[in-house]
Design a protein around this ligand. Structure first.
Ligand code: ZN
Ligand code: ZN
Length: 156
């Protein structure tokens, strides 16, 4: 997603994200600990939503119990959002940290690709307006078979 960004833009983004992250913790009276920073950084580096176990695997020096406690805290503070697929929760950074987007999820390999579409956003606003509905948020997820899986299955 940073394809067109220069290195300095990436640095500014990360710097801003960390400031925002620390501000949220402080405001909630929570301390900024090394494990919390590490878990936040792991989420910031991920380009798809992760299972709890996958997040724990990315911070091997932190014991699992505190990873899970931290993820609960992040969720409570709105730092992350979690979506359930099947019975499994997947977590990613929430909108203060990630630009608004949706996911296309492959039912075969579980790969999640981010998509952002102004057209989609406009249509949802239009529909809500038509029903005099004060739209606050929305969830849109596309399920299907990804390109790679289509190719390995062959054309049957
Ligand atoms: Zn797939
Ligand atoms: Zn949207």
């Amino acid at each position: 997603m940073y394809l067109n960004a220069t290195l300095s833009q990436i640095y500014v983004t990360l710097h801003y994200m960390n400031q925002e992250f620390e501000a949220i913790l402080k405001q909630a009276g929570q301390s900024i600990t090394r494990p919390r920073r590490a878990i936040f950084a792991a989420l910031a580096e991920a380009d798809t939503p992760l299972k709890n176990g996958e997040i724990a695997a990315r911070v091997p020096l932190i014991d699992r119990a505190s990873v899970y406690r931290t993820l609960e805290l992040f969720s409570t503070l709105g730092i992350t959002t979690t979506t359930i697929r099947g019975w499994t929760p997947f977590t990613e950074l929430s909108e203060p940290f990630k630009p608004h987007h949706h996911h296309m999820i492959c039912e075969r390999c579980g790969h999640a690709e981010e998509i952002a579409s102004d057209t989609l956003e406009d249509v949802l606003t239009l529909i809500a307006n038509r029903h005099t509905f004060a739209l606050k948020s929305h969830t849109v997820e596309l399920a299907g078979i990804c390109k790679a899986c289509q190719q390995t299955t062959g054309s049957s």
